[in-house]
Ligand binder design. Structure first.
Ligand code: PLP
Length: 388
């Protein structure tokens, strides 16, 4: 019997949409001029850049001048946070930052470096048991010297959607810069930057069916931002370096396709996710859903399983052809519980059993059936081997 190949790790990366590949292809071999030049080839590249910037601006509801292309989501987060924090500090505005304990390391490690090495201070507002931050806690953390707040739009491990627009209303009223990491949200949630009340918003190509190695940072007009790189005047002096036109054409096409199909795809994927969640919770004793039961990304089904290590589940699933992820990491032989689950109050041992099934464009009803047929037996088998 042929083993299935079921990909349920779209939160880690997505395949590049063939329509995106097609949109990129001319810019490798036909139109390859440096967009800063004067001649015909250069002008063709510059036109492609302008078109891509306009496409992104249309989805974000902003001006094309507010769109900065980067090399990944990590770079977008770094540029936003370090750039805004330093610009504010140099302007004498203050050096206090606010964030949450569930951010991706692209955000949290940037905050930590600013604080540990460069004299900034941070307040980490708590999250509830569903991994959701309360806007009142952000408001309570604000000080006269607060210069930047960063709260992700949706969490990468448990899928909980954060009240970004409400937090943005608070920061806007106080004149504080607000950054959101929309890397996981971009494939599913509306991205109008005015509705979201954000000043800085980060997107990554490879989470939205564009290739790895390209990202977007939205920078609201007049937001102070010290560039991380110095060089030419590319990206309106925000991010120097010759523009990666094929990848930029790719991410703009991907975002446009996502926006056009958002409602239909969200409904389709959410129905699959709900069947998966109900099936797992019904068939696996000692299983719990992690993240918010309702306010979660349509493609995220994440669980913990009492008495069952995630690595063992992943290995058995992989052997059966199902590719998924855990929330924990084992870097030096010592298992480490996910910082997200820990912040939500999940006990250490239970956090080591975290499984994330993230669905996507190619997920079918048959995939859900297969996983539901496999998972209860896998968990039972692992528990039988480790009765303790
Ligand atoms: N932020 C979040 C929430 C993510 O999930 C990721 C990637 O997993 C990143 C940032 C980093 O994006 P990239 O892989 O493009 O650097």
């Amino acid at each position: 019997m042929n083993k299935p190949s079921i990909y349920m790790d779209h939160a880690a990366s997505t395949p590049t949409d063939p329509r995106v590949v097609e949109a990129m292809l001319p810019y490798f071999t036909e139109i390859y001029g440096n967009a800063s030049g004067m001649h015909r080839q250069a002008r063709a590249s510059a036109r492609a850049l302008d078109d891509a910037r306009q496409q992104v601006a249309d989805v974000l509801g902003c001006s094309p001048r507010e769109v900065v292309f980067t090399a990944c989501g990590t770079e977008s987060d770094n540029l936003a946070i370090r750039g805004a924090a330093w610009a504010q500090k140099l302007a004498g505005k203050g050096q206090h930052l606010i964030t949450t304990p569930i951010e991706h390391h692209a955000v949290s490690h940037t905050f930590d470096q600013l604080c540990d090495k460069f004299g900034f201070e941070q307040t980490v507002a708590p999250v509830d048991k569903f991994g959701v931050v309360n806007p009142a806690d952000i408001e309570a953390a604000i000080r006269p010297d607060t210069v930047l707040v960063s709260v992700m739009m949706a969490n990468n491990e448990v899928g909980s959607v954060q009240p970004v627009a409400e937090i943005g209303a608070i920061t806007r009223a106080k004149g504080i810069i607000f950054h959101t990491d929309a890397v996981q949200a971009a494939a599913y949630l509306p991205l109008n930057v005015d509705d979201l009340n954000v000043d800085l918003l980060a997107i990554s190509g490879h989470k939205i069916y564009a290739p790895k190695g390209v990202g977007i940072l939205y920078v609201r007009k007049n937001t102070p931002l010290l560039p991380a790189l110095t060089g030419g005047g590319h990206e309106h002096n925000r991010r120097p370096g010759t523009e990666n036109v094929p990848y930029i054409a790719g991410i703009a096409t991907a975002l446009t396709l996502i926006e056009a199909n958002r409602a239909a795809e969200n409904a389709r994927v959410a129905a699959l996710r709900d069947r998966l969640i109900a099936g797992v919770l019904g068939a696996v004793p000692g299983s719990q859903l992690t993240g918010h039961p309702a306010h979660r990304l349509p493609n995220n089904a994440s669980f913990v399983f009492e008495g069952c290590e995630a690595d063992a589940i992943l290995m058995h699933l992989d052997l059966a052809g199902v590719q998924a992820a855990s929330g924990s990491a084992c870097t030096t032989g010592m298992p480490t519980a996910s910082h997200v689950l820990t912040a939500m109050g999940v006990p250490f041992e239970l956090a080591l059993s975290a499984l994330r099934l993230s669905l996507g464009h190619q997920t079918t009803d048959a995939d859900i059936d297969t996983v539901l047929a496999l998972l209860p037996d896998i968990v039972q088998k692992i528990r039988a081997l480790n009765p303790a």
